[in-house]
Design a protein around this ligand. Structure first.
Ligand SMILES: Nc1ncnc2c1ncn2[C@@H]1O[C@H](COP(=O)(O)OP(=O)(O)OP(=O)(O)O)[C@@H](O)[C@H]1O
Length: 281
């Protein structure tokens, strides 16, 4: 769906992105994960044809982005971080306007309902809260039923229940066969939503794999168990792949003396720090 080869790009004289290559497959949720200023939005802008003076090849839907024409956007939905809505129009009027720019359009009421804005459909956007605007901006990206969605920080600024609603819609879009490219600094979102994530730092791609592989490649998970000894609660921690060698654990299991046992994997955040030497926040 997306094929980037030897991409090079700079805002001024100096190259910011040097020789980056990656593919995004049809039907996957692909995440750019990185700290502020890493280049996530820059990449999104290149992929969506907003920054055209790149070198190398960037093909989206089979089209070299530099040579895009108007129909390029028929199959692309974009929800970038700052809402781009007409404040004097109502939510419904905004959707009708944006739908008129495309050949195809979905039912506006259904979309408004999906993000809990059905009661606010006829209110002016100027009277919307930040979270309401961001939900409307999100369905604006879906109005023409695009095959490919670009989302910039889709859950940022949303309360937990609306963030959940947004993530469910993203997963539903994937189930419909859509390809989704999203940026985030939120490792929980990346772990939950993304089939594959690219770690981006200072305009370069430092790792690219499934969240599970990235986590598992960096050593075994640990287990922590608690038991009673001489009337006192004690605990012990060890690598999950060494449990067979732990005589105490075998003994406690045999004597039914374990009080609790937990496993803990490193988080994607810890892996990010280990690979890139940088924190996500
Ligand atoms: N229009 C521009 N002109 C010059 N430099 C820019 C421009 N836009 C972004 N940059 C620089 O490019 C770098 C990457 O910015 P970008 O917005 O892509 O980062 P990001 O990873 O999306 O950050 P955030 O998570 O804060 O949105 C930063 O150093 C930024 O200052």
């Amino acid at each position: 769906m997306i094929c980037v080869k030897n991409l090079r790009f700079g805002y001024i004289n100096r190259l910011f992105i040097e020789n980056m290559s990656f593919d995004v497959k049809k039907g996957e949720i692909f995440g750019f994960l990185g700290p502020s200023g890493a280049g996530k939005s820059t990449l999104q802008k290149i992929l969506t044809g907003l920054l055209m003076n790149y070198q190398g090849s960037v093909k989206v839907n089979g089209i070299e982005v530099k040579n895009r024409n108007k129909s390029f956007y028929e199959d692309i939905g974009v929800d970038f971080e700052f809402p781009s809505l007409y404040e004097k129009l109502t939510a419904r009027e905004n959707l009708a306007f944006f739908a008129s720019l495309y050949k195809k359009s979905l039912d506006a009421d259904e979309l408004l309902k999906s993000v809990g804005l059905q009661q606010d459909a006829d209110k002016r956007v100027s009277d919307f809260s930040k979270g309401m605007k961001s939900r409307l901006n999100f369905i604006k990206a879906l109005i023409h039923d695009p095959k490919l969605l670009f989302l910039d920080e889709p859950t940022s600024g949303l309360d937990p229940s609306n963030a959940r609603r947004m993530k469910d819609i993203i997963l539903k879009q994937k189930a419909l066969g859509k390809t989704i490219v999203l940026t985030t600094h939120n490792m929980y979102d990346a772990t939950e939503l993304c089939d594959r994530v690219a770690f981006i730092v200072d305009g370069s791609l430092r790792a690219l794999d499934t969240p599970h592989n990235l986590i598992m490649a960096k050593g075994a998970s640990t287990i922590r168990y608690t038991y009673l000894q001489d009337g006192k609660e004690k605990h012990r921690e060890m690598a999950i792949n060494r449990t067979g060698e732990d005589e105490l654990l075998q003994k406690l299991l045999k004597e039914n003396r374990l009080l609790s046992i937990h496993s803990s994997e490193p988080t994607l955040n810890e892996i990010f720090v280990e690979i890139t030497g940088r924190r996500l926040e």
